[in-house]
Design a protein around this ligand. Structure first.
Ligand code: IMP
Ligand code: MG
Length: 177
């Protein structure tokens, strides 16, 4: 880093993201058809991905809900401590649950969310993530639907942030500090 200015390198552009998200929605449509499905947006990072994915799901029995768990402060690494900032409102018992998150890194956040919803008597619980970043995985998590897989790097854009910035970028970029 020179003079304290971070650099952004585009990794996946908007057209490719749109294709992958549409493909994922197609797979989800096939898997759940018209069965009751609650898609849970893990705020804040998943908000853009969630809105595109949800609009590709044709299921008339789709419910949308929002939760917020946080493990990061203004840092690029998980603290490992997961904090519930906003709880789900829709009763998931007897319904399928799809947890939608931006990126799985250490896996602690997803592990926490999977365990939380599994305890609520759902028909099933699955995870859909925009990016599966596997190099620093610490918790054992199964990712059912993924749009992109990377091994390293800190990514921003398409909802993902660094210290609350860059969420609005239409591309997924790698941030170098
Ligand atoms: P984990 O608990 O370490 O798997 O981290 C999960 C959360 O940390 C994700 O839902 C993101 O919000 C955030 N996160 C992890 N890696 C990145 C990244 O590369 N860019 C932006 N946010 C990230
Ligand atoms: Mg997140």
């Amino acid at each position: 880093m020179k003079n304290g200015s971070p650099t952004l390198s585009p990794l996946f552009g908007a057209p490719e993201i749109a294709r992958r998200v549409k493909d994922m929605a197609g797979v989800i449509n096939k898997k759940y058809a018209n069965e009751s499905l609650v898609a849970i947006c893990a705020l804040k990072g998943a908000f853009v991905f969630f809105s595109d994915l949800a609009r590709g799901i044709a299921n008339p029995n789709l419910y949308l809900d929002f939760i917020r768990v946080a493990s990061y402060g203004a840092d690029t690494r998980s603290s490992g401590k997961i904090n519930f900032c906003q709880a789900a409102e829709i009763d998931v018992s007897g319904k399928h649950v799809l947890i939608v998150d931006d990126i799985v890194d250490s896996g602690h956040s997803m592990r926490f969310m999977l365990d939380y919803f599994r305890a609520k008597n759902p028909l099933s619980v699955a995870a859909a993530v925009l990016v599966d970043k596997d190099e620093r995985r610490e918790a054992d998590v199964e990712i059912d639907f993924r749009a992109f897989r990377v091994s390293t790097g800190f990514l921003v854009g398409y909802g993902m942030d660094y210290a609350e910035r860059y969420r609005q970028l239409p591309d997924i970029c790698e941030l170098r500090l």
